[in-house]
Ligand binder design. Structure first.
Ligand code: PLP
Length: 390
């Protein structure tokens, strides 16, 4: 008898796109204007209103958005930005490309959110900014960070790539931020295929970011010269070209409307995992933030493998899950141990991050996943525990 047909592959993430969004994207495609236009303006307005933010500036990715924010900061050689080593490479890479020095801090093992004591030790005369990540969608200790930098002039740039829809003290992430950056990559809680958004509290910074986003051009610069003419423009400084398109913005407008519902479903599924993993000997899910008024966005579900209790390593666990049709991802190996960063900062000593980076594992979580899918993942880990635990 041949084997029963394998179960369909369960990815670690999957976007859920409504038919209404698809129909409206088709309208834009037929409209004669498909790049940045009225839909981008609408999306920015909607996002600002959702987050309760003063300003929202759309960009073609969160990486681009981080680049814009760091360019706006005008880092001088030797200026430092503190960011966690358990991180996607975008933040560190953009710090480097903008002429800064990346100072890696440790994270708390329970949440993978940055460790305040480590940040405090690293703040120095050259610190220009701190770039925390709201890891996996769990808000980090913003009050603590704000207390640390009060009166120092250090800028707090929140990497909220994972945190669309998350809340801190009852308020949406990005609403009270000096500056925050969101990602709409397809694995995120809301997507525009590729895309990002910056929220900020300063109209002046927002104006600068808009200029930097499009070639460094100010379209109404002619006003300074006493001339008129609506098509005249001036390059005020060399800028990037990081605009979002109307095609993407339409998707964003619809995804934003669905965000709270999708996040609630993510939270429900995460609750099921937590219940069912409670008795596992070979893994520990990340801890939940305890602060009142915190809403987790559940961008991803991460477990820490108890490698000491296993006779196989993480790569073998990943392979076994893949054989069982279960997709995984790594969010994230420690950035300070990546080739470039090892060469540039050989002195970086982050034992907690190095240890965590080797044992974390992201497992499937997305709205549209069924309870049976959760049970399938839990059963797969149970079989690994049975076959391979010490
Ligand atoms: C923490 C963090 N920051 C920034 C980014 C960059 O997002 P994007 O892919 O939209 O550039 C990501 C993407 O995964 C991320 O996880």
């Amino acid at each position: 008898m041949p084997d029963a047909s394998p179960l369909p592959h369960l990815p670690f993430a999957r976007p859920v796109i409504s038919e209404a969004a698809i129909a409206e994207i088709a309208d834009v495609l037929r409209s004669g204007w498909i790049t940045s236009g009225p839909r981008v303006l609408q999306f920015e307005k909607d996002f600002a209103s959702y987050a309760g933010a003063h300003q929202a500036i759309a960009a073609c990715s969160a990486t681009a958005a981080l680049d814009l924010v760091l360019q706006a900061l005008e880092l001088k050689p030797g200026d430092e930005v503190i960011t966690p080593s358990i991180n996607w490479v975008s933040g560190p890479n953009m710090i480097e490309l903008n002429g800064g020095r990346t100072v890696f801090c440790e994270v708390a093992p329970e949440t993978l959110n940055l460790d305040l004591a480590s940040v405090q030790r690293l703040i120095g005369k050259r610190t220009r900014a701190i770039l925390p990540v709201h890891f996996a969608g769990a808000p980090c200790d913003l009050d603590g960070l704000r207390r640390l930098i009060a009166g120092t002039g250090i800028v707090l740039i929140e990497d909220a790539a994972h945190a669309a829809g998350a809340r801190y003290r009852g308020r949406p992430i990005g609403g009270d931020s000096e500056v925050a950056v969101f990602s709409f990559h397809p694995t995120k809680n809301m997507t525009t295929a590729e895309g990002g958004m910056i929220t900020c509290s300063s109209a002046e910074l927002a104006a600068k970011l808009r200029i930097l986003r499009f070639h460094g051009i100010r379209k109404d610069a002619w006003k300074n010269h006493g001339r008129s003419g609506k098509d005249l423009y001036q390059v005020l400084t060399p800028g990037r070209k990081y605009n979002l398109t109307d095609i993407q913005a339409v998707l964003g407008i619809h995804q934003l409307r669905d965000l709270d519902r999708h996040n609630a479903e993510r939270a429900r599924l995460a609750g099921l995992y937590a219940q069912q993993f409670a008795s596992s000997r070979i893994l520990t899910p990340l801890a939940l933030p305890q602060q009142q008024g915190t809403l987790h966005a559940w961008h991803i579900y991460i477990v820490l493998l108890e490698l000491e209790r296993l006779r196989i390593d993480r790569a073998a666990v990943v392979d076994r899950l893949e054989q069982l049709g279960i997709g995984t991802a790594l969010h994230f190996p420690a950035v300070h141990s990546q080739h470039y960063y090892l060469q540039r900062y050989p002195e970086a000593d982050l034992p907690v991050s190095a240890r965590l980076g080797d044992r974390l594992l992201t497992i499937p979580l997305f709205p549209g996943m069924t309870d049976a899918n959760v049970e399938r993942v839990v059963a797969a880990f149970a079989s690994i525990e049975k076959e391979h635990s010490r």
